[in-house]
Design a protein around this ligand. Structure first.
Ligand SMILES: [Zn+2]
Length: 241
């Protein structure tokens, strides 16, 4: 059975920091809960960490994986049992950085698409200290890099709200060109998609990650480096200001 993901309900639910749950399965030091707020590694975004509390004990959640069924890797000596009710807290500093890094990625990808002839985002990795986006086709020079960063930071400064909607493929394609939303990567049998919308369709992107409520919360991005990955792909690395 798929694990209900408490951070998925709305943009606001990305701000929940603790929850109650019950242990439904244990395999060595990997546990499953009847619901979770822990984001599993996926969509380029790193996993959440945090703590699980029960019977005056406290154990660490070290790694979280899975797509439907979510597995939480915890300390070896956990003493947990199936049916145990627990209280869990996510490491908010880590998660909030991921939310900012991730929302920044949507923005940078949108700005690059507009500035550089519909360049596509072909990969990303969103981490605590630095993140990266792979673009294709592109050949960044200094001027392009500074306009990408400046334009992104201008938008962040102005601010714009994020919203989450469930939309059909046709509804999405009416608003955004399918090559911008990477619709070809979504299996054809998926009819309805969870879409993250920035401002008044400043960006619209099917996504299951965690995001901030307003892009102003990102604060700003700083360019770190570029790297060629061959075949017209270049990697843009950034961090938060
Ligand atoms: Zn996203």
């Amino acid at each position: 059975m798929a694990t209900p993901k408490l951070y998925m309900d709305s943009i606001q639910s990305c701000y929940l920091k603790e929850f109650n749950a019950e242990i439904v399965n244990i395999e060595n030091n990997t546990i499953e809960l009847n619901q979770t707020l822990f984001y599993p590694m996926g969509g380029g975004q790193d996993w959440d960490q945090g703590k699980i509390k029960f019977n005056d004990k406290e154990i660490n959640v070290l790694e979280v994986r899975g797509r439907d069924k979510i597995s939480h890797l915890v300390d070896q000596t956990h003493n947990l049992e199936i049916g145990q009710k627990i209280e869990a807290h996510i490491d908010w500093d880590r998660r909030y950085r991921h939310m900012k890094m991730h929302t920044a990625q949507h923005l940078v990808s949108a700005v690059a698409y507009e500035l550089f002839d519909g360049v596509r985002t072909v990969g990303n990795q969103l981490r605590y200290d630095k993140s990266r986006i792979d673009f294709n086709p592109i050949n960044f020079d200094d001027e392009m890099l500074s306009s990408l960063v400046n334009e992104t930071n201008e938008l962040i400064k102005k601010g714009a709200k994020l919203d989450i909607k469930i939309m059909t493929r046709d509804e999405i394609n009416e608003i955004m060109p399918p090559e911008r939303t990477n619709m070809n990567l979504i299996p054809p049998n998926v009819e309805e998609l969870r879409v993250v919308i920035i401002g008044d369709n400043l960006d619209l992107c099917p996504c299951a990650g965690t995001h901030v409520q307003n892009i102003s919360e990102i604060g700003g991005i700083e360019f770190l480096k570029k790297k060629s990955k061959g075949k017209g792909t270049q990697r843009f690395s950034y961090t938060l200001k």
